[in-house]
Design a protein around this ligand. Structure first.
Ligand SMILES: [Zn+2]
Ligand SMILES: [Zn+2]
Length: 256
C-alpha cells in the first residue's frame, strides 16, 4: 500500500510527461489521460487479448446476460485460447504513448514505472469482473530480462513495473517464480512465427507453485508469444491461472 508520504506526492503539481502542461504526482494531465490512456475503453476490443475486433463480423459474444463489447472475446481467442485469462494493459503501444515506454526503457526514466502501475491498477480494479474470481491476485511475477538487456539498461523494466504494482496493490512480488533457460537474440527483428519459435521453453518455474492466480508482468506485449510461454511455465508449475499485465500493448494492426 502507498504510504502517507506517497499520497502527498500524488497531489503535488508536476508537468505532464506527454504534453508538458500542469498535472499532479507525475501522472498524465487529465486531457492526455482521457485522449490516450483510456482510449481502449471506447473501442470494441477482445476482453482476453485486447486486439481490436471489427463490429459484428468476427465478434462472437459470450451468451451471458451482461453481454457488452468488453465481455466478448475475438474469434481467434475462441478458437485457440491464450494461456492467460485476461490481458490488461495501461496503454496502447502507439503514438504518442509509445514515447513514454521508450523513455522508460531506453532513457531509464524509472519514475514512469509508477505512472504505468497507477493506470494499470485502476484498470485492474475496474475491468476485471469480480464474479470470475480473478482478484485478488496471489502473486505478481515479472518476466525476467535477458542478461544482455540487463547489462545494457541496468534494470529490468518488467521488474520495475511489477515492484510499483506490488506497492500499490499489496500483492506479493515473486521475482524467483520465473527463470530464463537461455539467452535469445533480440525479439525486435523477428516476425511473429520466428518470435514464437525463439521463445519456446524460454522460461521455467524452479519449484511447484501454490494454487493461486498470478499477475504476470511485462513492459510491452507485441505478439504475445513471450506472455504465452511464461504463462505456460507458471501453469505447469501449479498456478491456478494467469492474468497478463503490461505497461503497453501493440494493437494487432500495428504488429509487423
Ligand atoms: Zn498532457
Ligand atoms: Zn482475443
Amino acid at each position: 500500500m502507498y504510504s502517507i508520504h506517497a499520497t502527498i506526492l500524488q497531489k503535488l503539481p508536476s508537468a505532464c510527461p506527454l504534453c508538458g502542461l500542469t498535472a499532479r504526482g507525475g501522472n498524465l494531465c487529465s486531457g492526455c489521460a482521457q485522449d490516450f490512456v483510456w482510449r481502449l475503453n471506447g473501442l470494441q476490443s477482445c476482453v482476453r487479448c485486447l486486439n481490436p475486433v471489427p463490429k459484428q463480423t468476427t465478434l462472437e459474444t459470450q451468451a451471458t446476460a451482461e453481454d457488452t463489447p468488453q465481455a466478448a472475446q475475438c474469434s481467434r481467442c475462441w478458437r485457440d485460447a491464450p494461456p492467460y485469462a485476461r490481458l490488461v494493459a495501461a496503454m496502447d503501444y502507439a503514438y504518442p504513448t509509445a514515447m513514454l515506454i521508450q523513455r522508460f526503457k531506453e532513457g531509464a526514466r524509472l519514475a514512469y514505472a509508477g505512472l504505468f502501475a497507477r493506470v494499470l491498477w485502476t484498470r485492474l480494479r475496474t475491468q476485471l469482473p469480480g464474479d470470475v474470481g480473478l482478484l485478488p491476485l496471489g502473486a505478481l511475477v515479472p518476466i525476467p530480462s535477458s542478461q544482455q538487456a540487463l547489462r545494457r539498461r541496468g534494470f529490468n523494466p518488467a521488474g520495475e513495473l511489477a515492484l510499483e504494482l506490488a506497492r500499490l496493490s499489496g500483492y506479493p512480488l515473486q521475482r524467483e517464480w520465473l527463470r530464463r533457460t537461455r539467452e535469445t537474440p533480440s525479439q525486435k527483428v523477428l516476425d511473429s512465427a520466428a518470435r514464437r519459435e525463439s521463445v519456446k521453453g524460454l522460461y521455467v518455474c524452479p519449484h511447484a507453485l501454490p494454487r493461486v492466480w498470478v499477475g504476470l508482468v511485462d513492459d510491452v506485449v507485441t505478439t504475445g508469444s513471450t506472455m504465452h510461454t511464461a504463462a505456460r511455465a507458471l501453469l505447469n508449475a501449479g498456478a491456478a491461472g494467469v492474468v497478463a499485465l503490461a505497461a503497453a500493448h501493440t494493437p494487432v494492426r500495428l504488429v509487423r
